[in-house]
Design a binder for this molecule. Structure first.
Ligand SMILES: NC(=O)C1=CN([C@@H]2O[C@H](COP(=O)(O)OP(=O)(O)OC[C@H]3O[C@@H](n4cnc5c(N)ncnc54)[C@H](O)[C@@H]3O)[C@@H](O)[C@H]2O)C=CC1
Ligand SMILES: O=C(O)[C@@H]1CCC=N1
Length: 274
């Protein structure tokens, strides 16, 4: 199976690292091209054994899958160049945030198209990945792509209109958790812990809490109540957080990210239809 990546950034690398490390996948021939940063290409070649392409129409002609992995802001420049060179029966896999299946299908006419939203935990095989697709993608192809993306974590096939919310929740999600971690560490240090002690306490607490939710299968609210003794420390902490608008902050944040996904998509739609 021949796969060509356009874009050799952090997401492309996370995906390629999973695919090339998997013992269960069929043999893959992966070529990668990048607009700038030749060093990133060389590193990918040396680390994962992929081939590098600069501007090779022959490689594209043989591509079964073409992975679009540039930033949305680069799409308007990249898409027309790619459009004129892709073979009729190759499938496009877009990891670009915001750009919906209708926009991609209108531009890359009659091409099977799959939209994928992984996250950076793909680097360690723990992405929560969602997939949507147009009507030209066969069930066999969806199964194959699901199998490929399962090498970097979990995979859900969803309706395309859910992908903006997916992008806000699980695509951006690792950043929210890192932000909470930063704040918990800062609080620990303000109370006299060293940075190392703060990191160890906070990471073990996060790890334990996630494992509790996964292993006990209890509702997060049930587990939360079990920590919260009446009149105790947790109750005081949660009350202060609620009064500071924690609930509003998180719900509004997810709304803002969902809206921004639509804005990114609309911007690309506007610029490629000009
Ligand atoms: N970083 C993340 O957490 C996630 C990112 N995404 C999506 O993945 C895509 C890539 O994101 P990152 O890897 O973070 O970005 P990045 O900036 O690390 O990598 C993008 C790469 O694309 C290259 N590029 C730009 N124009 C090109 C062209 N015409 N041909 C070939 N290569 C070109 C750039 O040189 C750059 O190396 C974005 O569209 C983003 O929305 C999706 C899920 C999560
Ligand atoms: O921030 C972004 O736009 C990308 C998409 C999801 C995660 N990172």
């Amino acid at each position: 199976m021949n796969i060509v990546f356009f874009g050799a950034g952090s997401m492309a690398e996370a995906i390629i690292s999973g695919w090339t490390a998997s013992p269960t996948l069929p043999p893959l021939s992966i070529c990668v091209t990048n607009k700038s940063d030749h060093e990133a290409l060389i590193r990918l070649k040396e680390t994962y054994g992929v081939s590098l392409v600069s501007d090779s129409p022959e490689i594209l002609e043989q591509a079964d899958y073409i992975v679009l992995a540039m930033k949305p802001k680069d799409a308007a420049e990249a898409f027309p160049l790619i459009k004129n060179r892709i073979p009729k029966n190759s499938t496009i896999i877009s990891v670009l945030a915001g750009i919906d299946i209708d926009t991609l299908s209108d531009f890359f006419t009659n091409q099977p198209i799959i939209r994928v939203m992984p996250n950076t935990s793909a680097t360690i095989g723990k992405s929560a990945t969602a997939i949507s697709h147009n009507a030209l993608v066969t069930d066999t192809s969806i199964q194959l792509i699901s199998e490929l993306f399962r090498t970097i974590g979990s995979v859900e096939v969803v309706k395309d209109q859910m992908m903006h919310a997916v992008t806000a929740l699980s695509g951006s999600g690792p950043a929210y958790i890192y932000y909470v971690t930063e704040l918990l560490e800062r609080a620990a240090m303000e109370h006299g812990f060293t940075a190392e002690e703060a990191r160890a306490l906070v990471l073990q607490t996060l790890d334990g809490a996630v494992s509790m939710m996964k292993e006990t299968k209890q509702e997060p609210a049930t587990l939360r109540k079990r920590v919260t003794s009446p009149g105790g420390t947790t109750e005081a902490g949660l009350k202060a957080m609620a009064e500071c608008g924690m609930e509003h902050a998180i719900l509004t944040g997810i709304d803002a990210a969902t809206k921004q996904s639509k804005v990114l998509g609309q911007n690309v739609k506007d610029s490629i239809s000009r």
